[in-house]
Design a protein. Sequence first.
Length: 121
Amino acid sequence: MTILTYGLLVNQALDAADLLEEQGVHAGVVKLNRIAPLDYEDLAPALSGCECILAVEDCCGSGCVGQRVGGILAARGSAPKRMLFKNLGRSFVPAGSVEELRHSLGLDAEGIVKAVLEGIR
């Protein structure tokens, strides 16, 4: 399992990877330093051979970076067996603190752990 993310969610992904390791599940974390433009040569070394990628983003699901990464990998013949997405989907985001919203939307470390465990079943 590889968790792909960027920005402030990198820390949540790293915490999730630590929690998963405690449960015997290895999850690597790949941080995108740049989301536009996405460059295959930047992605290939980090994502080659990944069987399952979970893209974690705090944005709507339609047209998200994870979808673009999946498309690039597929076009180059190196798509993972499973590409999963943890983002806002089509949901309306209510008001709240960053911590409250991350928790309610499953974008905190615990939510990422849950998404990984569901994704590897």
